[in-house]
Design a protein around this ligand. Structure first.
Ligand code: NAD
Ligand code: DAU
Length: 338
């Protein structure tokens, strides 16, 4: 198997690279990543020098570069702008990478040919659901610039399957957490702030619900889709661990200890209330189910951040520190303890 993984220096992509190199020893991996603020070669330090891994720095929207990486047997597209808050501040980059970049990959795959194209999508394309679960047949109703760009990419993928017969599969996972996650996302933000004794910012009333999935479980679902999925198929991958943000913050506070307080700050514009997935299709067709219990996964994640302080202190300096101060500084100063 010659595999092109994109976004393999990010949080989930690097976990997938590690999984594939350790469990599929015959596979050859080319890893295309632009190294944006979210990409980090330190995420790949455990596979540095691996004879079956080749890192290429570049943009998935660069058609000539993408074509130069063929022939490959399969593409797994993790590359994306992934943070909802940044998409609210500056949507354009999300369209460039998530829509046009995905299109460049699809079209290169159509011209050059391959046997599988896995698009890593998200439960956010379905929008928000107060009660019940989204199935793969639920209509797409994205509500942030991020989720709209991911839904556009999903439509393009399915259009390339229907129109050109490209063997595309889509996975739609719920919120991931685990080692190497960039601390702009809720769980690593809470954990690293708590380790620094800082306040823990929650938007709105803190009662929004997310369904948490340990990153390795997601990677095993993506691998199952690549190996056993049906072209044209869409697979929901949920963690089966719905929690309010307040429950997550309190769990982090208990695990880390220290003086941090949960502070409610003004809500994210258009903040989706709840995501929840029906994953029976992935169970039936792929034999996939998550195996990491949320409390155990969270404890392991907190332990990882304790042990990798140098990693996140470097990540939290520089560009991220400026982002954090602009985004949270005034809000935290005016916020109220929960
Ligand atoms: P991330 O932000 O940690 O990593 C994204 C990676 O893509 C980075 O390494 C970045 O450098 C790279 N990248 C960005 N633009 C690029 C471009 N134009 N060309 C090449 N590389 C580029 O994101 P993540 O959390 O690891 O998410 C990976 C994928 O999974 C994304 O497609 C995201 O939409 C999807 N997803 C994430 C979650 C989650 O909870 N994090 C849940 C569901 C789906
Ligand atoms: O559901 C899958 C999606 O999960 C992925 O597609 C996205 O790439 C990923 O970023 C994530 O999106 P969310 O918006 O759900 O994740 P985030 O970590 O930003 O926020 C999780 C919840 O926590 C959400 O209800 C907003 C809230 N939150 C987040 C931050 C950063 C806070 O209350 N305070 C915060 O500071």
């Amino acid at each position: 198997m010659r595999l092109l993984i994109t976004g393999g220096a990010g949080f989930i992509g690097s976990a997938f690279v590690r999984l594939v190199l350790s469990e599929r020893p015959d596979w050859q991996v080319a890893n295309l990543d632009l190294l944006t603020y979210a990409g980090n070669l330190e995420n790949l330090e455990t596979v540095e020098g691996h004879p079956h891994h080749r890192f290429v720095r570049g943009d998935i929207a660069n058609r000539a570069l993408v074509e130069s990486l063929f022939p490959v047997d399969a593409v797994v597209n993790f590359a994306a702008e992934s943070h909802v808050d940044r998409s609210i501040q500056d949507p354009e980059r999300f369209l460039a990478t998530n829509v046009l970049g995905t299109h460049a990959l699809l079209d290169a795959a159509r011209q050059k040919g391959l046997s599988r194209f896995v698009q890593v999508s998200t439960d956010e394309v379905y929008g928000s659901i107060e009660k019940g679960l989204f199935t793969e047949d639920s209509p797409l109703a994205p509500r942030s610039p991020y989720s709209a760009s991911k839904a556009a990419a999903d439509h393009l993928c399915l259009a390339y399957h229907h129109t050109y017969g490209l063997p595309v599969l889509i996975t739609r996972s719920s919120n991931n957490y685990g080692p190497y996650q960039f601390p702009e996302k809720l769980i690593p933000l809470l954990v690293t702030n708590a380790l620094e004794g800082k306040d823990l910012p929650l938007y709105g009333d803190g009662e929004n619900v997310r369904d948490w999935l340990f990153v390795e479980d997601n990677c095993r679902g993506v691998l199952a889709a690549l190996e056993r999925g049906r072209p044209g198929g869409v697979y929901n991958l949920g963690g089966g661990a719905q929690r309010t943000n307040r429950e997550v913050a309190e769990a982090v506070r208990r695990l880390v200890g220290g003086p941090s307080r949960v502070v409610l700050i003004p809500d994210r514009p258009g903040h989706d209330r709840r995501y929840a997935l029906d994953c029976r299709h992935a169970r039936r067709e792929l034999g996939w189910r998550p195996t990491t219990d949320f409390e155990a996964g969270l404890a392991a994640t907190v332990a990882w951040y304790r042990e990798h302080r140098a990693w996140w202190e470097r990540v939290k300096s520089g560009e991220y520190r400026r982002y954090y101060e602009a985004h949270y500084g005034p809000a935290l100063a005016a916020g109220s303890p929960a």
